[in-house]
Ligand binder design. Structure first.
Ligand code: NGF
Length: 288
């Protein structure tokens, strides 16, 4: 489960209903065209926090069915509703997902003992492995090196998806936990994270830019920093235009430009204006 792992987009129709055909096309595009090393299912990019438990299960099921064992699958099951998280963990494990991941519980300012209880409760309920999903700028949950060490005492907790810009903490983690899997989470910082020794990266823009991400990661690992930096520059030109135009909506329009039925985002995310749709299409034409 190393390398470039796409945080999978999900296709919803105009009314916000899951579009199975579109989801299958997004999966195929990632596996066949972007040639990524794995899929991270029901993360932020999958609009996970705006959908029902049944929809989450449906997405896990369709993805497992479509991938047919071609790449490893990680199921993001985290929820502030711990019972839902455990239910999803059991469901994804029964489907045969290679690993689970769970966002740190958010909103209620849980203390560290509560966070530790959350992770141990989820992973000890199943025969699977857990990757912590740490994304402090959205959750407000900042964990220290010592707290990560305490979570990692559970051997079923095998790694962390580190969506943060604190590269001092990233470096400390790499040194302290050489045996754990560390994934970068910000695609625009893939090269510096690679230099610090991440095992892979999980990102939204890999849905369209997976091949460049792989080049950055592989060149960075080989120490070919100047070549990797050039590709990171091109990548960040792309990412900055995506971010300016609306992250997930723009990636979906770019997929549509490539013939993939990527649909729309779930409300309350807004639909793009005609002008921004045109902009998204032109980003795809110019950069992909
Ligand atoms: O979309 C976000 C929210 N972050 C993703 C990624 O960390 C999310 C990142 O790729 C993810 O893996 C998931 O779906 O759970 C960014 O979209 C990208 O770097 C552009 O900023 O911050």
């Amino acid at each position: 489960m190393k390398g470039i792992i796409t945080a999978l987009m999900v296709s919803y129709d105009q009314d916000g209903n899951l579009n199975e055909k579109g989801l299958r096309e997004i999966i195929r595009y990632n596996v066949d065209v972007c040639k990524v090393d794995g899929l991270y299912v029901n993360g932020s990019t999958g609009e996970n926090f705006m959908i029902s438990t049944e929809e989450k299960k449906e997405i896990f099921r369709i993805t497992k069915d479509e991938v047919k064992g071609q790449v490893p699958l990680i199921a993001q099951v985290g929820s502030v509703n711990l019972r839902e998280a455990i239910d999803l963990a059991k469901y994804a494990t029964d489907l045969g997902y290679d690993a689970l991941s769970a966002v740190t519980p958010f909103y209620y300012k849980f203390n560290f003992n509560e966070i530790k209880h959350y992770y141990n409760s989820i992973i000890n309920a199943v025969d699977n492995k857990m990757i912590i999903y740490s994304i402090p700028f959205l959750t407000g949950v900042n964990m220290s090196l010592d707290q990560f060490a305490e979570l990692f005492e559970n051997e079923k907790i095998i790694g962390v998806k580190f969506t943060a810009g604190d590269f001092y903490l990233l470096e400390r983690m790499r040194k302290k936990f050489p045996e754990k899997l560390i994934y970068g989470g910000f695609d625009e910082m893939l090269l510096p994270a690679t230099v610090l020794g991440i095992d892979g990266a999980i990102g939204s823009t890999f849905n369209v830019n997976g091949q460049r991400a792989r080049q950055i990661f592989e060149l960075g690992k080989q120490g070919k920093i100047e070549e990797a930096r050039e590709i990171q520059h091109v990548t960040n030109d792309l990412i900055s235009e995506i971010l300016d135009n609306g992250l997930y909506q723009t990636i979906k329009e770019m997929l549509k430009e490539k013939g993939v039925d990527a649909g729309f985002c779930r409300e309350p995310m807004e639909k793009l204006s005609e002008e921004r749709i045109a902009k998204a299409r032109s980003i795809a034409k110019n950069h992909l």
